[in-house]
Write a protein that binds this ligand. Sequence first.
Ligand code: ADP
Ligand code: TZD
Ligand code: MG
Length: 578
Amino acid sequence: MAEAAVAKTPADPKAEQDLTDGFHLVIDALKLNGINTIYGVPGIPVTDLGRMAQAAGIRVISFRHEQNAGYAAAIAGFLTRKPGVCLTVSAPGFLNGLTALAHATTNCFPMILISGSSEREIVDLQQGDYEEMDQLAIAKPLCKAAYRVLHAQDIGIGFARAIRAAVSGRPGGVYLDLPAKLFGQVMNAEAGRKSLVKVIDAAPAQIPAPDAVKRALDVFKSAKRPLIILGKGAAYAQADDAIRTFVEKSGAPFLPMSMAKGLLPDNHPQCAGAARSTVLKESDVVLLIGARLNWLLSHGKGKTWGEAPRKFIQLDIEPKEMDSNVEIVAPLVGDIGSCVNALLEGMGGKWPKPPADWTGAVTKKREDNVAKMAPRFMSNAVPMDYYGALGVLRNVVKERPDAILVNEGANALDLARGAIDMYRPRKRLDVGTWGVMGIGMGYAIAAAIETGKGVLAVEGDSAFGFSGMEVETICRYQLPVCVVIFNNDGIYRGTDVNPAGSDPATTVFVKGSRYDKMMEAFGGVGVNATTPDELRRAVNEAMDSGKPTLINAVIDPAAGSESGRIGNLNPQSVLKKK
Ligand code: ADP
Ligand code: TZD
Ligand code: MG
């Protein structure tokens, strides 16, 4: 428990009574539930809360902008299966954090956004309080659950509800509204202690029904060309051994979604990452494990999937996910650990290997594609193209499979995803379901804090700009983060010209920018790398030293393509380009 205030009761000055207050109850509720880190930005009414939490042994990481603190909390939730906590001030701070809360919900990451808020009586009468806003109402549609605590004696229950809502079932973001007045409310310390709730079994196992397991196995066994797709839900579940055993026992090719890379290593003989279009088009039975059939999988239909008839089996904790885009012939609802273990049990001692012409064809396709790419990664072109620079980084990660890779951008994202093989679970953290720019520094900071491992952040120059000020935070906390900026002078390319003259084109930035100097400004290491050799030296040094480092990797401004790999999603004007 945090130290309780000791005060004399006015009614009886001689009697000493142990008192506690809202501040201390909030801190005690967090600690009681094993939440040891808060990401946030201080200010009215939560400045003292941050100070007191720090004094009470909670790690409080102060950011320069709430959105980055929010992204840090979101990814902390993904990495630890405990809700990541973001703490913000009222109205503008709350709104800055809200993007990340919505992002956490969209990506199924457990997170709690705790925000101070203004006086209810004034807010509700709209009398213009300091930072007035009805935050609860605004948060509600953007998260999984939203609660407000008005009385100190309800803090324990409020936190219990928030924690449970964040991690149980399909994980997501929870908003917790704490009005300024709450923090100062005083109550008897013993009663306060008793009001706290230690959440028991916050994410209960959800055991699949035996007939659903049997149905899934029957369909899976009937496959001539089976495929297993692993999504970030599978990575989140931390059922790594069971998943690996299941995939290997099945003998089926597996395709990892971006953040599921490394669940089984990308160089595993069954990995179909480098034969993606073939397995999507030609598989006849697809087993989805913690992956949704959203836009990232072309909604399970259309050109990507081809004409051949196909059956989907889906393993997910969220029953409503079934049939979201196409028919799921064998829904398997439950938590991934329980479901995969039930499948393993149902498979018995022996399981027939998939037909060799299928696995052979997938292996051949993969090997051909890998061989085709190999020379491109050796490119020594100057200015560097994406492949030359990525050839360096893929080796850096291969030599350090425990390092965490954070990745955002367009070309800098899509090409890095393909180029950099992952070898361990939950080592690749990226833009997620929305393809959002701005996760970079928040993710890098939380990854370093939560895991203690070195972090390599591979960033487009535009992507980096969304959270770039947090390099100061990285330096302040001396985190082992190496940021590599793929600096191609702009969004997708640095070559656009405004046909009307005057202003620069909308997608280009200052040419020849030196982002490395930003890191130097705060005492970190800055390097300008113009060749693959310079890049290799600088990244190796940074990863070995663990010193905050930013490497400005100069990339040919003409090397990228519009929107990276998803240019097809851009609407086209029917009018001729002027
Ligand atoms: P990806 O983008 O990698 O394809 P998605 O975010 O689309 O992955 O899908 C993740 C899915 O995993 C969600 O539908 C979510 O409900 C599910 N999920 C998350 N955690 C678990 C779990 N512990 N058990 C079962 N399903 C889970
Ligand atoms: N704003 C937000 C929050 N998310 C987005 N995804 C975008 C804008 C649009 N956007 C992309 O989808 S990628 C991208 C933007 C602005 C930046 C691409 O440029 P980059 O990468 O420098 O990061 P490359 O290597 O130049 O392609
Ligand atoms: Mg760029």
